[in-house]
Design a protein. Structure first.
Length: 226
């Protein structure tokens, strides 16, 4: 029988392999949660890695802003389940009569093909547009992930899911898992030949600029430089 996770985030260790690997607390907690369900650590690590890749290279280009992403889980019957909640927002003056649905459809198709199918023997992945009747809620939640967290906690509890957290895209937090934290401010403000002489800090502002993100991904996944 799979073990039931203890849904008490404050009781989790703050310094472990998950916090060393990931700067985002929701990604850390997702790894711990899956292991608590009985998943092997290697498979849990793969699921967390794919979560980072999905958000960074599929969802973010469509979101176009660093909207937070909710994460919840369900203990396994045969496989553990992970639920991702994406928040979409489109200006009222958009000429597209239904841009949110179209953008979500594109993300859903890639998610099903490139993430759900390859991991089908390890974990059951699900993607949903965050349910809310407030059209601008996601946009207002952008600088306030705690607001999204409160709503997501209630929603997941009402659907029998284990709340994990709200992923917030923060490249500087991920850098702290790879570099001496004290050296990061100086590194960010120093022109870097790998970024065509630009300061890494300049690359933090644009969520669609992949130069720094790609460098972090290569380091985390031990990939050769492009």
């Amino acid at each position: 029988m799979a073990r039931q996770a203890q849904i008490e985030p404050r009781s989790e260790p703050e310094h472990d392999a998950w916090s060393e690997a990931w700067g985002d607390r929701a990604l850390q907690e997702l790894g711990r949660r899956l292991v608590s369900y009985g998943m092997e650590e290697e498979q849990a690590a793969l699921t967390v890695e794919q979560t980072w890749l999905f958000y960074s290279y599929v969802a973010l280009p469509e979101l176009r802003e660093r909207f937070p992403m909710g994460i919840a889980t369900r203990p396994p019957d045969s496989l553990p389940s992970v639920f991702f909640y994406l928040t979409f927002w489109s200006p009222e003056e958009s000429p597209d009569p239904d841009p949110t649905h179209e953008r979500f459809r594109v993300v859903q198709e890639v998610f099903s093909r490139d993430f759900v199918a390859p991991l089908a023997g390890v974990v059951s992945l699900h993607l949903q547009a965050f349910p809310t009747s407030q059209g601008g809620f996601a946009h207002r939640a952008l600088p306030r992930p705690a607001a999204l967290e409160l709503v997501l906690r209630k929603y997941t509890a009402s659907h029998g899911l284990d709340y994990v957290g709200v992923f917030v895209d923060d490249l500087e937090a991920e850098l702290r898992t790879m570099m001496d934290p004290e050296s990061i401010p100086h590194w960010l403000e120093t022109p870097n030949m790998h970024f065509l002489g630009r300061k890494p800090a300049e690359l933090l502002a644009d969520p669609l600029d992949r130069q720094l993100r790609d460098a972090i991904t290569r380091a985390k996944f031990n990939l050769p430089a492009a």
